[in-house]
Design a protein around this ligand. Sequence first.
Ligand SMILES: Nc1nc2c(ncn2[C@@H]2O[C@H](COP(=O)(O)OP(=O)(O)O)[C@@H](O)[C@H]2O)c(=O)[nH]1
Ligand SMILES: [Mg+2]
Length: 224
Amino acid sequence: MYIIIAILVLVFVVAFYITSKRQSGVQQANANNSVIFIVGDKNAGKTSLLYCLSNQNSSIQTTNSIEPNQTELAKPNNQSVIVVDVPGNNYQKEQFLNKIQEAKKIILVTDSSETSQIGATAAILYNILISIPFQKSKVPILIVLNKQDKEKAYKAPDFEMFLSREIEKIKKSRKAVQEQRENTNDRLRFQESQFDINEYSSIKIVEQSVKDCNIQEVQKFIFN
Ligand SMILES: Nc1nc2c(ncn2[C@@H]2O[C@H](COP(=O)(O)OP(=O)(O)O)[C@@H](O)[C@H]2O)c(=O)[nH]1
Ligand SMILES: [Mg+2]
């Protein structure tokens, strides 16, 4: 009888040891992975970009953009990077802003043939800039002016001008609110000087066309 109990206890101990080892292994693997977010207005080309990156990789989970799609890419140094396509309805949510601290890098995609996207793009950028994780660690951001193949597509200098105008509008409306409770880490709204993206050394702007998977700049940003 005692022998049976002793054997059972031994089996439990060994099983527990094995599962706990395996779990810590998984946690370690996750810690080594870096996460990159693809954000941007609806129709900007986020999902197209993720498809190009994954090269129609079967690990990609396609949904109707309610939940994030993601893919895992192998880096030359054997580490991997997880790229997440964040759906357009998520940017205002605490949940996304809290997750920024997990992000090693952020790719902000905009349809540069649609000036109507600049307002939404500016709002996403603004929320990232005033988030505590960004202010602490200055996560590198790549702004992709997508759909350069389209005739009407604007270039980087025009984008910078439009963006600055939109950020100023956001600053003004947030200053008008002036509530203490609301986002106390939003110091940007009190900045007297006009918003200038060139003052942020961690932000880079590139012109690109995801359509034919011409995404060299994005790949450089991810893998460097
Ligand atoms: N002309 C052109 N169309 C593009 C480009 N990138 C994406 N699209 C198209 O834009 C639409 C929206 O793309 P999608 O990736 O679904 O955008 P998302 O909503 O940001 O995920 C699709 O019809 C794409 O085929 C591009 O570089 N050029
Ligand atoms: Mg999408």
